[in-house]
Design a protein around this ligand. Structure first.
Ligand code: ADP
Length: 493
């Protein structure tokens, strides 16, 4: 079989997936730790300032406000100034180096108050503090990795929140914070990330190799074994180790191997049986025909009859095989009609009269009243023929076969009993299988193909009729089936 596109093996698939996963992990780490670190930091800092202001506003009328302000200033590294409308201080904490609001004139501070009020209650201002203000510094003049001119600039933030006091007067909460540059942190992280990347790549390579080998090994093994199966090795020796799915697959394949082996054995037996069974009548036909051609005296009706009988047997055999394949392919449809079953059994038994006369068989029929059934007569006749043939073939030295008809409720039960060796209990479930024979040698008078009972089974199943066999070794066998009784048709008498 040729694949259109060369597919990657499971080992390489796993390996590449691992490598891809590590690469994505590294890119994510890089993005969050290096590229976006600055914006994250700013965002978080500004949110902290806003929530600090909010807390102070909510506690504005508390008489211990100055202690809260002091604590919050220290905690967040922020300068805080709370002023009333007149510019007098309500609370203040000056913890930040380079704080602006504590060194601002009253009118400067008032501007923030105004801005907050004009702006719906809050106002945020950001401006740069030049970190290095020497115009003569030119990074290009120096060797090695030197800081660029504007790297390390600090962002100053002033946040103003206006608030009403309990007595109705207005106040303002001013906060001042510095966003220190994250350049040095980024440098540290970058170095760390470099090592992390190297370790991660090595680790994922090792893991990928190891895991992909472990995961793919049982699959590769099962694949190789399946190829042997395809080539006709039906040993059920798929290893059920590895992991759950593989064990289940191996189980199924073992089961398939056993079934294939059975089919293969059946096939071989069928060919052996059928060719044997076909050869016997063919040898007879050609033998008799040759004798009749070569010896003028032998050209008599008896010999012609042998040829006709053998030809009929051949035809019967071929019909059996055809019937069975039709039954099993589901192509067979029933042709039901109401007919006298008792009468049809009598007719069938009548055909064995030659056997009774010449070979001493005793065929008994216990009937009672006539029973009508609605069924496909041709199929039920076939069932009866097969069961009676078997009974005759396998019955004991007394050559007795009994056919019994019994009525139970709205059903009629037909039993065919012989006095033969019976069937061992362990064989009972298999006798209905195609080509199954308990005794594989052809010892008996009527040569069978092992198809009879599977034809019986197929036909009775089509009628949805219960059937079975009671048999004990040494006590003979009783094959039985049941059909629903039908109304006697008006035109019958
Ligand atoms: P066959 O053509 O070999 O008789 P069947 O399908 O009719 O095939 O029967 C299958 C097997 O069941 C037979 O080979 C035989 O071993 C067993 N069997 C069938 N009927 C009887 C019986 N009445 N007594 C004992 N064994 C039987």
């Amino acid at each position: 079989m040729k694949l259109k596109k060369p597919l990657l093996g499971i080992k390489w698939n796993l390996f590449l997936s691992f490598v891809l996963f590590s690469a994505i992990l590294l890119v994510l780490l890089w993005l969050f730790q290096i590229v976006f670190l600055d914006s994250f930091y700013r965002e978080i800092k500004i949110n902290a300032i806003k929530s600090t202001a909010e807390t102070i506003v909510n506690n504005i009328d508390n008489e211990d406000l100055p202690t809260l302000v002091e604590r919050m200033a220290q905690n967040n590294d922020i300068c805080i100034l709370v002023l009333d409308e007149d510019g007098s201080e309500i609370a203040s904490a000056d913890v930040l180096q380079g704080c602006i609001i504590h060194h601002m004139q009253a009118d400067g501070l008032y501007k923030y108050f105004q801005a907050a009020r004009d702006n719906g209650g809050s106002y945020l201002e950001r401006f740069n503090l030049q970190a290095f203000q020497n115009d003569r510094y030119d990074p290009n003049k120096f060797l090695d990795r030197v800081p660029p001119k504007d790297e390390g600039r600090m962002d100053m933030i002033i946040y103003a929140r206006s608030v009403s006091l309990a007595d109705g007067a207005q106040a303002v909460v001013l906060l001042n914070s510095v966003l220190t540059p994250v350049v040095s942190t980024v440098d540290t992280l970058r170095t760390q990330l470099f090592y992390i990347s190297a370790i991660l790549i090595l680790l994922s390579l090792a893991m990928a190799l190891l895991l992909s080998k472990r995961i793919s090994r049982p699959i590769i093994r099962i694949n190789n074994r399946s190829k042997e199966l395809a080539q006709g090795n039906y040993q059920p020796n798929f290893e059920t180790s590895g992991y759950k799915e593989i064990a289940e697959l191996a189980d199924s394949l073992n089961h398939a191997a056993v079934e294939l082996d059975k089919v293969e054995t059946l096939r071989r037996e069928l060919i052996a049986n059928v060719s044997h069974d076909l050869r016997t009548p063919l040898t007879m036909i050609s033998g008799y025909a040759e004798v009749m051609r070569d010896l003028p005296g032998e050209n008599n009706p008896d010999n012609v009859q042998v040829i006709i009988d053998e030809a009929r047997r051949l035809a019967g055999l071929v019909n059996d095989i055809l019937d069975l394949s039709k039954l099993q392919s589901g192509a067979q449809k029933l042709n039901p009609a109401t007919y006298n079953l008792t009468h049809s059994i009598r007719t069938i038994l009548g055909r064995y009269v030659k056997l009774i006369d010449q070979e001493g068989y005793v065929l008994n029929f216990e009937a009672g009243q006539d029973v009508f059934v609605r069924a496909d007569q041709r199929r039920i006749d076939q069932v009866l023929y097969n069961l009676i043939n078997n009974a005759i073939s396998y019955t004991g030295p007394d050559k007795r076969v009994a056919v019994r008809q019994a009525i139970a409720g709205n059903r009629v039960r037909i039993e065919i009993t012989d006095s033969g060796e019976g069937i061992p209990a362990e064989q009972l479930p298999y006798i209905w299988d195609r080509y199954y024979k308990v005794d594989k040698t052809h010892r008996r008078a009527v040569v069978g193909t092992g198809l009879g009972l599977s034809i019986v089974k197929g036909a009775l199943e089509l009628h949805q009729a219960p059937f079975g066999v009671d048999s004990k070794p040494g006590e003979g066998s009783t094959f039985w089936f049941e059909l629903n009784i039908a109304e006697k048709p008006e035109d019958e008498d």
